[in-house]
Design a protein around this ligand. Structure first.
Ligand SMILES: NC(=O)c1ccc[n+]([C@@H]2O[C@H](COP(=O)([O-])OP(=O)(O)OC[C@H]3O[C@@H](n4cnc5c(N)ncnc54)[C@H](O)[C@@H]3O)[C@@H](O)[C@H]2O)c1
Length: 323
């Protein structure tokens, strides 16, 4: 029997997932809801038998759904997750989990008590480079890491306001924090410095910092810094470098570079990580086996807590302990 899916939020990333899902056998795109009704209509019109809804309760109560994709902006989380949990419908939700700590922690507790299958869109985990780096790190001792997200500002209107996105570290650089946790373990303390230097003048209404650097102390003794900027007119580097007794691992979206005494080895990522992430979720819905899901809600909450702690530290000027 086909896996029947509903979408909540039908913007940029939703369409990315939809392009993957239409290529999978036995997946039916059944129901679409968006606060912008025209977007939901447009999405539904592309798939046989799909229906757009103007009311989320009506969609969830009138359609048999095996899983939901929640692809709303950071400030819009809560309603969709709670309605899915009430009805026991598994969901894949896009990062970040929200713009503060309270709501995601509350949702995580409910997910745990219902033992619901969840997946969170930390797609960097699904790159081959992450799996290879994990193997290499098992045979080395890491000492420190440097992470980066250096680029320009995404122009969706919610992104430039703190109450919309939570800021760059929470919305974007969270991928790098998540990769650091995935490969090197938990973060125990953060100290952050942020500033708004340029984008407040260039894009009216901007109140998110456009530069920031965060120092992290890890449970295994490592130290790391993760820096970000969104003031550049061009994209620069995005990724994570890990320094070990064997050399350097440079993780980028397209490749893993390994720098050792023997020289430099580059391994390209081949698979589309979003596709692998979507397949893992569909497999879990179909079989109940969630082992291919590399980031569930509970785990993603720990990444989210690190980014929120960084925001708190930048606001207070003091280090913030975690967990
Ligand atoms: N994993 C990734 O690499 C990745 C890439 C892009 C975006 N994202 C994340 O996906 C989320 C959405 O980003 P996007 O680029 O698709 O944004 P977008 O603005 O293109 O689309 C968001 C859609 O959600 C709708 N929406 C807003 N509030 C809603 C609500 N309460 N209920 C239902 N629909 C609602 C909007 O009308 C819009 O159609 C963000 O959190 C973003 O960080 C993740």
């Amino acid at each position: 029997m086909a896996v029947r899916l509903g979408f909540i939020g039908t913007g940029g990333i939703a369409n990315h997932h939809l392009n993957n899902l239409v290529r999978m056998e036995g997946v039916r795109l059944s129901a679409f809801y968006d606060v912008d009704g025209q977007r939901a209509q447009k999405a539904a019109s592309q798939y046989d038998g799909a229906k757009a809804f103007a009311n989320l309760d009506e969609m969830l109560d009138s359609t048999e759904l095996d899983g939901l994709y929640i692809c709303v902006p950071p400030m819009a989380h809560g309603d969709a997750e709670n309605k899915a949990i009430q009805r026991g419908i598994p969901f894949l939700v896009e990062k970040p989990l929200g713009i503060d700590g309270g709501l995601p922690a509350d949702i995580a507790a409910k997910v745990r008590s219902k033992q619901l299958i969840t997946s969170v869109g930390y797609h960097w985990r699904y790159n081959e480079s992450a799996a290879t780096a994990k193997q290499l790190l098992a045979e080395s001792k890491p000492g420190m890491a440097l992470g980066y997200w250096m680029g320009g500002m995404p122009m969706v209107p919610w992104w430039r306001v703190q109450t919309g996105s939570g800021g760059q570290f929470v919305e974007q650089t969270t991928h790098i924090v998540d990769l650091l946790r995935y490969l090197c373990g938990e973060v125990r303390e953060v100290y952050a410095a942020y500033a708004l230097q340029v984008m407040g003048e260039q894009v009216p209404g901007t109140d998110v910092p456009d530069v920031g650097t965060v120092t992290l102390k890890m449970a295994n003794g490592m130290v790391a810094t993760v820096s970000n900027t969104c003031l550049l007119p061009v994209g620069h580097h995005v990724g994570l470098d890990i320094y070990t007794d064997q050399g350097v691992l440079e993780l980028r979206s397209e490749e893993l570079r390994e720098v050792t005494r023997e020289g430099t080895r580059s391994r390209k990522n081949v698979a589309n990580p979003y596709f692998v992430e979507d397949e893992a979720f569909i497999h879990a819905l179909r079989t109940g086996d969630a082992s291919r899901i590399l980031s569930n809600y509970e785990d993603a909450l720990r990444t989210h807590e690190v980014t929120i702690a960084a925001n708190d530290s930048a606001a207070s000027g003091k280090p913030v302990s975690i967990g």
